[in-house]
Ligand binder design. Structure first.
Ligand SMILES: [Zn+2]
Length: 207
């Protein structure tokens, strides 16, 4: 049905204004690279998933999705009649962000990194100074230390991790996980092996 899958999104952290980033710094930044390949939002009318092309737009939609549901026609030239951009199935690993998380303050970057065993996603913020911050306390300290950021509040930063959709975890990872844990209630079958392990972060109205 979906014959033309969307191009894999490349997320490059230092995609900005400094092409001459020193090699060392580049290397360091790569370890902070997001696990997220694609951002998506679910239409509240037709329930289809649409690819959101930038993290900024995704966060904008997510920040108010329970009050302002997402509809297909937010995308130019797209309506509910058009086939879905993505299907919510195990061809990709899906993680669902909590609705209404605040937009990342300007200059900062919010990064989601999936653990190798798919047990959890870790949330980091990268400050405008390139520092990786992983707890609310660290953010509060940072904001205190650098008064130029006093217009931000620690509340603008959320370390809430998205929910990993277990049915979409690649079967080989899932088997390893099951061996390590007895508590698994999912009876759903994985239909086929994912061709590529693409990670999608989705947002939708229901919490
Ligand atoms: Zn729709």
């Amino acid at each position: 049905m979906d014959s033309d899958p969307p191009k894999k999104e490349e997320r490059i952290i230092d995609s900005g204004d400094s092409p001459k980033t020193p090699r060392r710094l580049r290397g360091r930044q790569q370890t902070l690279e997001s696990s997220v390949d694609v951002f998506a939002a679910q239409c509240d009318k037709c329930q289809k998933w649409r690819v959101i092309s930038t993290q900024e737009e995704f966060e904008d939609i997510r920040s108010k999705i329970s009050k302002e549901p997402f509809y297909c026609d937010r995308k130019p030239g797209v309506s509910c009649e058009d086939p879905a951009d993505l299907n919510f199935d195990s061809t990709r690993t899906w993680v669902i962000d909590r609705p209404d998380l605040p937009k990342t303050p300007e200059g900062f970057k919010r990064t989601l990194v999936l653990r190798k065993d798919y047990s959890k996603m870790d949330v980091y913020y990268i400050t405008p100074l390139g520092k990786k911050v992983r707890t609310p306390n660290e953010i509060a300290e940072f904001l205190k230390k650098y008064p130029q950021y006093t217009n931000f509040s620690p509340d603008d930063f959320r370390f809430t991790t998205p929910k990993i959709v277990e049915e979409t975890i690649p079967p080989n990872v899932l088997v390893a996980k099951r061996c390590n844990s007895t508590a698994s209630s999912s009876k759903k079958k994985i239909k086929k092996l994912p061709e590529l392990d693409e990670k999608v972060t989705g947002t939708r109205g229901d919490s």
